[in-house]
Design a protein around this ligand. Sequence first.
Ligand code: MN
Ligand code: MN
Length: 265
Amino acid sequence: IVLYGAPFDSTTSFRPGARFGPSAMRHESFGLETYSPYQDKDLIDISVFDSGDLELCFGSSEMALSDIQKRAEEILKSDKFPLLLGGEHLVTLGAVRAAAAKYPDLHIIHFDAHADLRDDYLGAKLSHACVLRRCHEIVGDGHIHQFCIRSGEREEFQFASRHTDFHPFTFEGLEETVRELKEKQVPVYFTIDLDCLAPSVFPGTGTPEAGGVSFLELLKAIRTVSQANLVGADINELAPMLDASGVSTATACKVLRELLLAIAK
Ligand code: MN
Ligand code: MN
């Protein structure tokens, strides 16, 4: 597994700060146990390389995405597993472009409070509010599986009902979805927008939405998804400075630890 950070938040629609996510997670991770009592696994037993943060252009989303895509391609080319730390959710598009180039039949499992299916946001096609819509243009109908969604425009929900496998509010249906993807042996990219968590657990994010899932529900869902044929993943939308208590960063680190341990073979 190769970690790479994308400290980018230029298209954040409400409260900025996700560019500080990767560095905050690295710093906070020193205070976290490597052992997970949930999975009885330890980070010291798995092979993870942190390739550091990309130096991204803040003025051009396309240039930033191109750099993210290049790093993901390098990692995939050497048959490693790319795990991206955001950054705002737009960064996922770079990683998905790389994964879809290698795996044409790519599916995406998407956890988020937001549908992220707008065609544009204030005229911009490249925005964190549009990222799954841009991914849909790459992977096509029925290849995006969305969970926990509880916010968006009416048009996004209508688009989802026609074009994506859509599960609002909770993880209901996740086990069946993963079973089907496993049976079909299709490659799966896994993107976790951490604002799927309830803001009581995770307030340090740009667009908090009341009514999210608990940490333990997310943990269980991550372990379910890890049974699919995963070829890449990301966690995104931690904005550490928006939570002075530091709890959101600690939570993000724990989600990352559990994700690493779940996907490590
Ligand atoms: Mn999102
Ligand atoms: Mn979101």
